[in-house]
Ligand binder design. Structure first.
Ligand code: P6P
Length: 343
């Protein structure tokens, strides 16, 4: 018996009609984002043939060198979403301020944030990269739209997801009732449901962290990784494997697929920064996806989704993945804090 493969459109229509979970405007938003991701996938897959490789010769607000594809992906998402009437404004890792929908278009009730092409340092070496997005509702009660309207905790997200451009192009999405995966059928040009109700195993033997930063880590992180490295000869009593793709979308996709723990913790290199990754358009959407799949996401001390943002591009320490491992790392941080407070 062939399994019925619903298209993304049918999946969203049924979420709207049957579950009443997503209003028509949010359904439109998600379909438009998916179409933009499809266009980005085609641009990424052209590689050298598309003259889209290499640096754009500019820097983004983060002071990071922009790749040509960073700019192409950003422009694709802006152009796809600005005219539909579903959005009030957008924010992007590649833009300093918010992008308010121009007056020539109707304004909607949603806010869209994205990292248009995460992991873009991997583009030139043909390693998987992706688009990460998060959707909030525009706060009511005041005219116009301001940066501060975006500063909502991750618990306020109404939809979140990513699209990974790898051997397959796969859209991974949650609207608050679990995680589903849609693989791009390039012959039809549509995203097809290939996995529903994704679950992250609560335990794992696989950790993801950039080991070259070890000497800069805080004690709880060192303790956790040391125990993993001791394997069967240490307190964990089991051997661990390590992966680090340096593409958050790829590392998170592996964890959603087979479990694991992803860590980009605070370290001493830039002690004034809470971490490297961005709260609003990396940690919050990825953290919600992981939680919706039964995993856990903290900054080492508190649930990422409960962090009250103060800046659009603020950074955060990220520990996410298999629940029991993330809980252990978080407990190590809290134990260290208590010991420090008693000292
Ligand atoms: P590092 C990519 O630049 C990114 O923002 C994430 O996708 C990835 O997890 C991390 O940075 C990699 O950082 O310091 O290992 O290059």
């Amino acid at each position: 018996m062939t399994v019925r493969r619903d298209s993304l459109t049918r999946y969203l229509v049924e979420k709207q009609r049957v579950d009443g979970r997503i209003p028509p405007q949010l359904r439109l938003l998600l379909e438009v984002v998916a179409r933009a991701c499809k266009r980005i996938s085609f641009a990424v897959n052209k590689g050298e043939l598309g003259e889209v490789m290499g640096s754009a010769g500019s820097e983004n607000i983060q002071g990071e060198v922009q790749k040509k594809l960073d700019i192409i992906a950003n422009e694709t998402l802006i152009e796809a979403n600005e005219w539909g009437g579903h959005l009030a404004a957008m924010a992007s890792e590649e833009m300093e301020g918010i992008y308010v929908v121009p007056n020539r278009y109707p304004q909607g009730e949603y806010l869209l944030m994205f990292d248009p092409l995460d992991g873009s340092s991997n583009i030139d070496v043909n390693v998987s990269i992706g688009t990460i997005f998060s959707v909030l509702k525009k706060p009511e009660g005041h005219p116009g739209i301001h940066d501060s309207d975006f500063l909502q905790p991750g618990t306020q997200q109404v939809a979140a997801g990513y699209c990974i451009y790898g051997p397959q192009t796969t859209l991974v999405l949650t609207v608050g009732d679990g995680v589903s995966m849609f693989t791009l059928d390039r012959e039809q040009g549509s995203f097809i449901l290939t996995q529903d109700n994704v679950k992250v195993p609560e335990d794992t033997k696989e950790f993801a962290i950039n080991m070259s930063n070890m000497r800069h880590w805080d004690a709880p992180v060192k303790r956790y990784i040391d125990e993993c490295l001791q394997g069967t000869e240490g307190p964990r009593g089991k051997d661990f494997n390590m992966r680090w793709i340096a593409s958050m979308v790829s590392d998170v996709h592996r964890i959603l697929t087979r479990g694991g723990i992803f860590m980009y913790p605070w370290d001493k290199r830039e002690p004034h920064k809470p971490g490297k990754l961005r709260l609003m358009y990396e940690a919050n959407p990825m953290g919600w996806l992981i939680e919706q799949a039964g995993g856990m996401a903290t900054n080492g001390r508190q649930r990422i989704l409960e962090i009250e943002p103060t800046q659009l591009h603020e950074r955060v320490s990220v520990i996410l993945g298999s629940k029991n491992e993330v809980q252990r790392v978080t407990d190590y941080h809290l134990e260290a804090d208590r010991a420090c407070a008693q000292a």
